[in-house]
Design a protein around this ligand. Structure first.
Ligand code: MG
Length: 390
Protein backbone atom coordinates (compact mmCIF):
# COMPACT_ATOMS: atom_id res chain seq x y z
CA UNK A 1 0.00 0.00 0.00
CA UNK A 2 1.71 3.18 -1.12
CA UNK A 3 0.99 6.45 0.61
CA UNK A 4 0.15 9.54 -1.39
CA UNK A 5 2.73 12.31 -1.15
CA UNK A 6 0.13 14.45 0.65
CA UNK A 7 -0.60 11.74 3.25
CA UNK A 8 0.92 11.81 6.74
CA UNK A 9 4.05 9.68 6.82
CA UNK A 10 5.00 8.45 10.31
CA UNK A 11 8.67 8.75 9.41
CA UNK A 12 8.09 12.50 8.83
CA UNK A 13 6.04 13.04 12.00
CA UNK A 14 6.50 16.29 13.92
CA UNK A 15 7.03 13.96 16.83
CA UNK A 16 5.97 13.68 20.46
CA UNK A 17 6.16 16.29 23.19
CA UNK A 18 8.50 14.00 25.14
CA UNK A 19 10.91 12.40 22.67
CA UNK A 20 10.92 8.60 22.70
CA UNK A 21 12.96 6.05 20.76
CA UNK A 22 11.07 4.47 17.84
CA UNK A 23 9.33 1.13 18.43
CA UNK A 24 11.00 -1.85 16.74
CA UNK A 25 7.96 -3.21 14.87
CA UNK A 26 5.31 -0.49 14.78
CA UNK A 27 5.04 2.89 13.10
CA UNK A 28 4.48 5.97 15.27
CA UNK A 29 0.78 6.13 14.37
CA UNK A 30 0.23 2.44 15.10
CA UNK A 31 1.84 3.10 18.43
CA UNK A 32 -0.53 6.02 19.06
CA UNK A 33 -3.52 3.82 18.24
CA UNK A 34 -2.28 1.13 20.64
CA UNK A 35 -1.83 3.65 23.43
CA UNK A 36 -5.38 4.91 22.89
CA UNK A 37 -6.87 1.39 22.90
CA UNK A 38 -5.11 0.60 26.18
CA UNK A 39 -6.14 3.85 27.91
CA UNK A 40 -8.72 3.98 30.71
CA UNK A 41 -10.65 6.72 28.94
CA UNK A 42 -11.14 4.41 25.94
CA UNK A 43 -12.58 1.63 28.09
CA UNK A 44 -14.98 4.07 29.72
CA UNK A 45 -16.51 4.88 26.31
CA UNK A 46 -18.44 1.61 26.49
CA UNK A 47 -20.60 3.02 29.28
CA UNK A 48 -21.11 6.46 27.82
CA UNK A 49 -24.20 7.64 25.99
CA UNK A 50 -24.24 8.42 22.29
CA UNK A 51 -27.94 9.38 22.01
CA UNK A 52 -29.70 6.83 24.18
CA UNK A 53 -28.63 6.45 27.78
CA UNK A 54 -26.47 3.42 28.32
CA UNK A 55 -29.04 1.50 30.36
CA UNK A 56 -31.98 2.17 28.03
CA UNK A 57 -31.09 -0.82 25.86
CA UNK A 58 -28.19 -3.17 25.26
CA UNK A 59 -28.12 -2.77 21.49
CA UNK A 60 -27.98 1.01 21.16
CA UNK A 61 -24.71 2.63 20.19
CA UNK A 62 -22.42 3.79 22.92
CA UNK A 63 -19.47 6.12 22.45
CA UNK A 64 -17.29 3.03 22.07
CA UNK A 65 -19.21 1.33 19.27
CA UNK A 66 -19.66 4.72 17.60
CA UNK A 67 -15.89 5.28 17.68
CA UNK A 68 -15.27 1.83 16.18
CA UNK A 69 -17.69 2.59 13.36
CA UNK A 70 -15.97 5.92 12.67
CA UNK A 71 -12.62 4.08 12.55
CA UNK A 72 -14.01 1.49 10.13
CA UNK A 73 -15.51 4.07 7.75
CA UNK A 74 -12.44 6.28 8.03
CA UNK A 75 -9.99 3.48 7.26
CA UNK A 76 -12.00 2.33 4.33
CA UNK A 77 -12.05 5.82 2.76
CA UNK A 78 -8.39 6.44 3.66
CA UNK A 79 -7.28 3.31 1.82
CA UNK A 80 -8.96 4.40 -1.41
CA UNK A 81 -7.37 7.84 -1.23
CA UNK A 82 -3.91 6.50 -0.26
CA UNK A 83 -4.04 8.31 3.06
CA UNK A 84 -2.57 6.93 6.26
CA UNK A 85 -5.04 4.38 7.64
CA UNK A 86 -3.27 3.96 10.96
CA UNK A 87 -3.41 7.67 11.69
CA UNK A 88 -7.09 7.78 10.74
CA UNK A 89 -7.75 4.87 13.07
CA UNK A 90 -5.88 6.51 15.95
CA UNK A 91 -7.77 9.81 15.55
CA UNK A 92 -11.13 8.07 15.15
CA UNK A 93 -10.69 5.93 18.25
CA UNK A 94 -9.67 8.97 20.30
CA UNK A 95 -12.04 11.59 18.90
CA UNK A 96 -14.71 11.19 21.62
CA UNK A 97 -12.49 10.44 24.64
CA UNK A 98 -13.37 13.81 26.18
CA UNK A 99 -17.11 13.32 26.09
CA UNK A 100 -18.98 13.67 29.36
CA UNK A 101 -21.48 11.07 30.53
CA UNK A 102 -25.00 11.46 29.08
CA UNK A 103 -23.99 12.71 25.62
CA UNK A 104 -24.63 16.28 24.56
CA UNK A 105 -26.87 16.99 27.53
CA UNK A 106 -23.96 16.22 29.84
CA UNK A 107 -21.59 18.38 27.80
CA UNK A 108 -24.01 21.33 27.74
CA UNK A 109 -24.64 21.05 31.49
CA UNK A 110 -20.94 20.89 32.31
CA UNK A 111 -20.21 23.80 29.98
CA UNK A 112 -22.91 25.78 31.79
CA UNK A 113 -21.40 24.90 35.20
CA UNK A 114 -17.96 25.93 33.96
CA UNK A 115 -19.11 29.19 32.33
CA UNK A 116 -17.39 31.32 34.96
CA UNK A 117 -14.26 29.16 34.97
CA UNK A 118 -13.24 29.01 31.30
CA UNK A 119 -16.01 26.74 29.97
CA UNK A 120 -16.01 23.09 28.99
CA UNK A 121 -15.64 21.83 25.43
CA UNK A 122 -15.45 18.12 24.58
CA UNK A 123 -12.88 18.39 21.76
CA UNK A 124 -10.51 20.26 24.01
CA UNK A 125 -11.25 17.73 26.74
CA UNK A 126 -10.32 14.84 24.40
CA UNK A 127 -6.95 16.54 23.99
CA UNK A 128 -6.66 17.02 27.76
CA UNK A 129 -7.30 13.31 28.25
CA UNK A 130 -4.47 12.24 25.94
CA UNK A 131 -2.12 15.09 26.93
CA UNK A 132 -2.64 15.26 30.69
CA UNK A 133 -5.29 13.15 32.36
CA UNK A 134 -4.23 9.61 31.52
CA UNK A 135 -1.74 8.42 34.13
CA UNK A 136 0.15 5.54 32.58
CA UNK A 137 3.78 6.54 32.27
CA UNK A 138 6.36 7.05 35.00
CA UNK A 139 7.97 10.11 33.46
CA UNK A 140 5.12 12.17 32.01
CA UNK A 141 1.37 12.79 32.16
CA UNK A 142 -0.87 11.68 29.31
CA UNK A 143 -0.16 9.31 26.44
CA UNK A 144 2.50 11.41 24.69
CA UNK A 145 0.92 11.01 21.25
CA UNK A 146 2.36 12.36 18.01
CA UNK A 147 1.51 15.86 16.82
CA UNK A 148 -0.56 14.50 13.92
CA UNK A 149 -2.87 12.42 16.14
CA UNK A 150 -3.29 15.33 18.55
CA UNK A 151 -3.96 17.69 15.64
CA UNK A 152 -6.77 15.38 14.50
CA UNK A 153 -8.26 15.05 17.97
CA UNK A 154 -8.60 18.83 18.35
CA UNK A 155 -11.35 19.19 15.77
CA UNK A 156 -12.64 22.58 16.91
CA UNK A 157 -11.13 25.16 19.21
CA UNK A 158 -12.18 28.68 20.13
CA UNK A 159 -9.71 31.50 19.62
CA UNK A 160 -9.35 32.06 23.36
CA UNK A 161 -8.61 28.38 24.01
CA UNK A 162 -6.20 28.32 21.06
CA UNK A 163 -4.29 31.22 22.59
CA UNK A 164 -3.91 29.27 25.84
CA UNK A 165 -2.68 26.18 23.96
CA UNK A 166 -0.30 28.28 21.90
CA UNK A 167 1.19 29.83 25.06
CA UNK A 168 1.97 26.36 26.44
CA UNK A 169 3.07 24.84 23.14
CA UNK A 170 4.19 27.48 20.62
CA UNK A 171 3.58 26.31 17.04
CA UNK A 172 1.59 23.35 18.40
CA UNK A 173 -1.94 22.10 17.89
CA UNK A 174 -3.55 25.46 18.75
CA UNK A 175 -1.76 27.34 15.99
CA UNK A 176 -4.05 26.42 13.10
CA UNK A 177 -7.07 27.96 14.85
CA UNK A 178 -5.19 31.27 15.06
CA UNK A 179 -3.86 31.10 11.50
CA UNK A 180 -7.05 29.55 10.10
CA UNK A 181 -5.23 26.78 8.26
CA UNK A 182 -6.41 23.18 7.79
CA UNK A 183 -5.38 19.97 9.51
CA UNK A 184 -4.08 16.91 7.61
CA UNK A 185 -6.39 15.09 5.22
CA UNK A 186 -6.50 12.21 7.72
CA UNK A 187 -7.93 14.61 10.33
CA UNK A 188 -10.37 16.12 7.83
CA UNK A 189 -11.49 12.62 6.94
CA UNK A 190 -12.24 11.66 10.55
CA UNK A 191 -14.62 14.63 10.87
CA UNK A 192 -16.67 13.51 7.91
CA UNK A 193 -16.51 9.81 8.88
CA UNK A 194 -17.87 10.83 12.30
CA UNK A 195 -20.85 12.51 10.66
CA UNK A 196 -21.51 9.63 8.25
CA UNK A 197 -21.36 7.16 11.14
CA UNK A 198 -23.77 8.93 13.48
CA UNK A 199 -26.27 9.85 10.79
CA UNK A 200 -26.52 6.17 9.84
CA UNK A 201 -26.49 4.61 13.28
CA UNK A 202 -28.91 7.16 14.70
CA UNK A 203 -31.44 6.11 12.05
CA UNK A 204 -30.88 2.52 13.13
CA UNK A 205 -31.14 3.20 16.88
CA UNK A 206 -33.99 5.65 16.36
CA UNK A 207 -36.12 3.17 14.40
CA UNK A 208 -35.34 0.24 16.69
CA UNK A 209 -36.24 2.33 19.75
CA UNK A 210 -39.59 3.14 18.15
CA UNK A 211 -39.02 6.89 18.44
CA UNK A 212 -38.89 7.36 14.67
CA UNK A 213 -40.61 5.29 11.99
CA UNK A 214 -39.89 4.28 8.40
CA UNK A 215 -43.00 6.27 7.41
CA UNK A 216 -41.53 9.45 8.90
CA UNK A 217 -38.26 8.71 7.15
CA UNK A 218 -40.00 8.97 3.78
CA UNK A 219 -39.22 12.69 3.89
CA UNK A 220 -35.50 11.86 3.95
CA UNK A 221 -34.51 11.04 0.35
CA UNK A 222 -31.01 9.88 1.27
CA UNK A 223 -32.52 7.00 3.22
CA UNK A 224 -35.85 6.51 1.52
CA UNK A 225 -34.45 6.10 -2.00
CA UNK A 226 -32.48 3.11 -0.79
CA UNK A 227 -35.43 1.72 1.17
CA UNK A 228 -37.55 1.79 -1.98
CA UNK A 229 -34.72 0.41 -4.11
CA UNK A 230 -34.32 -2.48 -1.65
CA UNK A 231 -38.06 -3.21 -1.66
CA UNK A 232 -38.13 -3.28 -5.46
CA UNK A 233 -35.39 -5.88 -5.48
CA UNK A 234 -36.66 -7.85 -2.48
CA UNK A 235 -40.46 -7.45 -2.29
CA UNK A 236 -40.64 -10.08 0.47
CA UNK A 237 -39.06 -7.56 2.85
CA UNK A 238 -42.26 -5.49 2.93
CA UNK A 239 -43.77 -7.58 5.75
CA UNK A 240 -43.58 -6.54 9.38
CA UNK A 241 -41.38 -9.51 10.34
CA UNK A 242 -38.70 -8.50 7.82
CA UNK A 243 -38.54 -4.86 8.91
CA UNK A 244 -35.09 -5.20 10.43
CA UNK A 245 -33.57 -6.63 7.26
CA UNK A 246 -35.13 -3.84 5.22
CA UNK A 247 -33.76 -1.24 7.64
CA UNK A 248 -30.25 -2.70 7.62
CA UNK A 249 -30.09 -3.16 3.86
CA UNK A 250 -31.24 0.44 3.27
CA UNK A 251 -28.69 1.76 5.77
CA UNK A 252 -25.94 -0.39 4.25
CA UNK A 253 -26.67 1.01 0.78
CA UNK A 254 -26.82 4.55 2.15
CA UNK A 255 -23.46 4.15 3.87
CA UNK A 256 -21.82 2.73 0.75
CA UNK A 257 -23.20 5.54 -1.40
CA UNK A 258 -21.82 8.14 1.02
CA UNK A 259 -18.42 6.49 1.19
CA UNK A 260 -18.12 6.31 -2.61
CA UNK A 261 -19.33 9.90 -2.88
CA UNK A 262 -16.71 11.16 -0.42
CA UNK A 263 -13.96 9.27 -2.21
CA UNK A 264 -14.95 10.67 -5.61
CA UNK A 265 -15.54 14.25 -4.44
CA UNK A 266 -12.35 14.34 -2.40
CA UNK A 267 -10.32 12.89 -5.25
CA UNK A 268 -11.63 15.68 -7.49
CA UNK A 269 -10.49 18.28 -4.94
CA UNK A 270 -7.10 16.62 -4.63
CA UNK A 271 -6.71 16.57 -8.41
CA UNK A 272 -7.70 20.22 -8.66
CA UNK A 273 -5.46 21.50 -5.84
CA UNK A 274 -2.63 19.01 -6.43
CA UNK A 275 -1.02 19.22 -2.97
CA UNK A 276 2.60 18.11 -2.97
CA UNK A 277 2.96 17.55 0.77
CA UNK A 278 1.12 17.50 4.09
CA UNK A 279 2.29 21.05 4.71
CA UNK A 280 0.70 22.09 1.40
CA UNK A 281 -2.57 20.44 2.48
CA UNK A 282 -2.56 22.55 5.62
CA UNK A 283 -2.44 25.76 3.58
CA UNK A 284 -5.03 24.85 0.95
CA UNK A 285 -8.84 24.76 1.10
CA UNK A 286 -10.42 21.82 2.97
CA UNK A 287 -10.48 18.85 0.62
CA UNK A 288 -12.35 15.97 2.26
CA UNK A 289 -16.00 16.49 1.43
CA UNK A 290 -19.22 15.20 -0.08
CA UNK A 291 -20.19 16.13 -3.60
CA UNK A 292 -22.78 18.90 -3.75
CA UNK A 293 -25.85 16.68 -4.18
CA UNK A 294 -24.85 14.35 -1.35
CA UNK A 295 -24.08 17.27 0.93
CA UNK A 296 -27.60 18.63 0.40
CA UNK A 297 -29.19 15.23 1.04
CA UNK A 298 -27.10 14.70 4.14
CA UNK A 299 -28.25 18.08 5.52
CA UNK A 300 -31.87 16.97 5.15
CA UNK A 301 -31.11 13.80 7.12
CA UNK A 302 -29.28 15.72 9.85
CA UNK A 303 -32.18 18.14 10.21
CA UNK A 304 -34.64 15.27 10.40
CA UNK A 305 -32.65 13.52 13.14
CA UNK A 306 -32.36 16.75 15.07
CA UNK A 307 -36.07 17.47 15.00
CA UNK A 308 -37.49 13.97 15.25
CA UNK A 309 -34.95 12.09 17.36
CA UNK A 310 -32.66 14.38 19.36
CA UNK A 311 -35.60 16.67 20.25
CA UNK A 312 -38.04 13.79 20.83
CA UNK A 313 -39.83 14.33 24.17
CA UNK A 314 -38.66 10.95 25.46
CA UNK A 315 -35.04 11.78 24.67
CA UNK A 316 -35.23 15.32 26.05
CA UNK A 317 -36.86 14.06 29.25
CA UNK A 318 -33.98 11.71 30.05
CA UNK A 319 -31.37 14.21 28.93
CA UNK A 320 -33.03 16.82 31.15
CA UNK A 321 -32.59 14.48 34.11
CA UNK A 322 -28.99 13.85 33.03
CA UNK A 323 -28.25 17.56 32.92
CA UNK A 324 -29.54 17.86 36.47
CA UNK A 325 -27.27 15.02 37.63
CA UNK A 326 -24.22 16.73 36.14
CA UNK A 327 -25.06 20.18 37.57
CA UNK A 328 -25.76 18.84 41.04
CA UNK A 329 -22.60 16.73 41.08
CA UNK A 330 -20.61 19.78 40.06
CA UNK A 331 -21.99 21.86 42.93
CA UNK A 332 -21.31 19.14 45.50
CA UNK A 333 -17.72 18.43 44.42
CA UNK A 334 -16.86 22.10 44.21
CA UNK A 335 -18.08 22.63 47.77
CA UNK A 336 -16.77 19.31 49.13
CA UNK A 337 -13.77 18.11 47.08
CA UNK A 338 -13.22 15.31 49.61
CA UNK A 339 -16.20 13.55 47.95
CA UNK A 340 -14.04 12.98 44.84
CA UNK A 341 -11.62 10.08 44.39
CA UNK A 342 -8.22 10.46 46.04
CA UNK A 343 -6.27 11.56 42.95
CA UNK A 344 -8.76 14.32 42.16
CA UNK A 345 -8.91 15.43 45.78
CA UNK A 346 -5.11 15.72 45.76
CA UNK A 347 -5.23 17.79 42.56
CA UNK A 348 -7.94 20.00 44.05
CA UNK A 349 -5.83 20.60 47.16
CA UNK A 350 -2.80 21.42 45.04
CA UNK A 351 -4.96 23.81 42.98
CA UNK A 352 -5.95 25.58 46.18
CA UNK A 353 -2.40 26.93 46.43
CA UNK A 354 -2.02 27.84 42.75
CA UNK A 355 -2.14 31.35 41.32
CA UNK A 356 -5.51 30.77 39.66
CA UNK A 357 -7.04 28.72 42.49
CA UNK A 358 -10.73 29.33 41.74
CA UNK A 359 -10.54 28.29 38.08
CA UNK A 360 -8.12 25.44 38.72
CA UNK A 361 -10.29 23.88 41.42
CA UNK A 362 -13.32 24.02 39.15
CA UNK A 363 -11.29 22.43 36.33
CA UNK A 364 -10.44 19.46 38.56
CA UNK A 365 -14.15 18.94 39.20
CA UNK A 366 -14.91 19.20 35.46
CA UNK A 367 -12.19 16.65 34.68
CA UNK A 368 -13.61 14.30 37.30
CA UNK A 369 -17.20 14.54 36.04
CA UNK A 370 -16.22 14.42 32.36
CA UNK A 371 -14.39 11.15 32.93
CA UNK A 372 -17.40 9.43 34.50
CA UNK A 373 -19.47 6.76 32.84
CA UNK A 374 -23.26 7.26 32.80
CA UNK A 375 -23.86 4.73 35.54
CA UNK A 376 -21.06 5.93 37.80
CA UNK A 377 -22.42 9.48 37.55
CA UNK A 378 -25.93 8.22 38.35
CA UNK A 379 -24.70 6.25 41.35
CA UNK A 380 -22.59 9.13 42.66
CA UNK A 381 -25.54 11.46 42.35
CA UNK A 382 -27.70 9.04 44.32
CA UNK A 383 -25.02 8.64 47.00
CA UNK A 384 -24.59 12.41 47.40
CA UNK A 385 -28.21 13.59 47.10
CA UNK A 386 -30.26 10.53 48.02
CA UNK A 387 -32.24 10.94 44.79
CA UNK A 388 -32.39 8.36 42.00
CA UNK A 389 -32.98 10.30 38.79
CA UNK A 390 -31.80 7.82 36.15
MG1 MG B 1 -18.19 11.24 17.33
Amino acid sequence: MTLARFACDPAESRGRRYPQAPAPTRTEYQRDRDRIVHSSAFRRLVYKTQVFLNHEGDLFRTRLTHSLEVAQLGRSIARSLHLNEDLVEAIALAHDLGHTPFGHAGQDALNHCMAAFGGFEHNLQSLRVVDQLEERYPEFDGLNLTFETREGILKHCSRSNALVLEAHEPGGVGQRFLERTQPSLEAQLCNLADEIAYNAHDIDDGVRSGLITLEQLQEVALFDDFRRQTLNEFPHLSGEAQGRRLLYEAIRRMLSAQVYDVIAATQRMIDAQAPQSVEAVRHLEPMVQFGEAMRAKSQVLKKFLYQKLYRHPQVTHTTGQAARVVSELFAVYLARPQEMQAGFLARSEAAQHSADAVNNRARVVADYIAGMTDRFAGREHERLTGMKLL
